[in-house]
Design a protein around this ligand. Structure first.
Ligand SMILES: O=C(CO)[C@H](O)[C@H](O)COP(=O)(O)O
Length: 264
C-alpha cells in the first residue's frame, strides 16, 4: 500500500454494512493506518483538532501533517492528548495549543481499547485517559478509529482492563474500594506497574497519577451508574469509560472499512 488512503477500500456510511473487497490480507498495523487516514477526511482547514494517543491515532496525526505539508490543509491547530502525541506533533511541525487557549475543539480523532454496540468506549490502556477525556469532551465531533479487534459485546468484554486514574496517596485503599464495588462482576483491581525498568514501580500518568486496572469477568450492566459510583471515591481522578462521547466510529476490518455515525 502507498501512504495515501487506499481507494480500493469500500467505505459504507450508516447503516454500517460491511462488504467487499476483503482486507483479510492486511496486517493489524495496516488496518490501523487505514482507519487513521479515513478519519482525517473529516478534517477541514481552519479547524482546532484534538490529537489522540496510541498506535492507531499516531497514523491520523501523521496524515494531518502530510496534508499540511502538501498544502491540502491550512491553519490547523492541534491539541495533543498526551506528552507522547505532543512530541510526535512537534516533530512533524503541527502547530499546537491547549484547552486554555482553545476551549472549543472542532474535531478529535482517537483510538480506543474497546467499543460496544452503543459506541461506548474503554480508553486509557496507554494511560492518557484524563487528557483524552478533557479534550474529547470539549469536542464538537469525536471520531473513534479502531481495527475490528476492538469491538466488544459489552464493556470489559475483551478481557482487557477498564483503567481508572487514581491519586498516588493510599492508592491501595482506592484499589480495594474499586475491587469491592464490582465484586459481583468478578472484578480484580490491579495497580498498573511500569512495563520496563529495574525495580517494580507503579506506572505514572502524564498528570503524575497512578492507574488501577479493573479486570471484569462479567458485564457490569448500567454503565452510567457504574461511572457515578467510581467517581464518588475521593481517590479517583477519572475512569476510562467514555460514555456517549463518540460521534463517529471508523472500523477497519477484514471485510472493509465501516463508518458509523451516532446521529446518522
Ligand atoms: O486510550 C488510549 C491511550 O490512553 C488509546 O487511544 C487506546 O489505548 C487505543 O490505543 P491503540 O490504538 O494503540 O490500540
Amino acid at each position: 500500500m502507498g501512504s495515501a488512503f487506499d481507494p480500493n477500500v469500500t467505505v459504507t456510511e450508516e447503516p454500517a454494512v460491511v462488504d467487499s473487497p476483503p482486507l483479510s490480507n492486511l496486517t493489524q498495523e495496516e488496518l490501523k493506518r487505514i482507519a487513521g487516514y479515513k478519519a482525517v477526511e473529516f478534517v477541514e482547514s481552519g479547524m482546532v483538532i484534538g490529537l489522540g494517543t496510541g498506535s492507531t491515532a499516531k497514523y491520523a496525526v501523521a496524515r494531518i501533517s502530510e496534508l499540511l505539508r502538501e498544502g491540502k490543509l491550512k491553519d490547523i491547530i492541534g491539541i495533543p492528548t498526551s506528552t507522547t502525541t505532543h512530541e510526535q506533533a512537534v516533530s512533524l511541525g503541527i502547530p499546537l495549543s491547549d484547552l486554555d487557549s482553545h476551549p472549543i475543539v472542532d474535531l478529535s480523532i482517537d483510538g480506543a481499547d474497546e467499543v460496544d454496540p452503543a459506541l461506548n468506549l474503554v480508553k486509557g490502556r496507554g494511560g492518557s485517559l484524563l487528557r483524552e477525556k478533557m479534550i474529547e469532551g470539549a469536542s464538537k465531533k469525536f471520531v473513534v478509529i479502531v481495527d475490528e479487534s476492538k469491538l466488544v459485546k459489552y464493556i470489559g468484554g475483551s478481557g482487557l482492563a477498564v483503567p481508572v486514574e487514581v491519586v498516588p496517596f493510599c492508592c491501595d485503599f482506592t484499589r480495594g474500594k474499586l475491587e469491592e464495588l464490582f465484586k459481583e462482576a468478578g472484578c480484580k483491581a490491579k495497580l498498573r506497574m511500569k512495563k520496563s525498568g529495574g525495580d517494580a514501580a507503579p506506572a505514572v500518568t502524564d498528570n503524575g497519577n497512578y492507574v488501577v486496572d479493573l479486570y471484569l469477568e462479567r458485564d457490569i450492566g448500567d454503565l452510567e451508574a457504574a461511572s457515578k459510583e467510581i467517581l464518588r471515591f475521593p481517590g479517583v481522578v477519572e475512569h476510562g469509560m467514555f460514555l456517549g462521547m463518540a460521534t463517529t466510529l471508523i472500523v477497519a476490518g477484514k471485510f472493509g472499512v465501516t463508518v458509523k455515525d451516532r446521529f446518522g
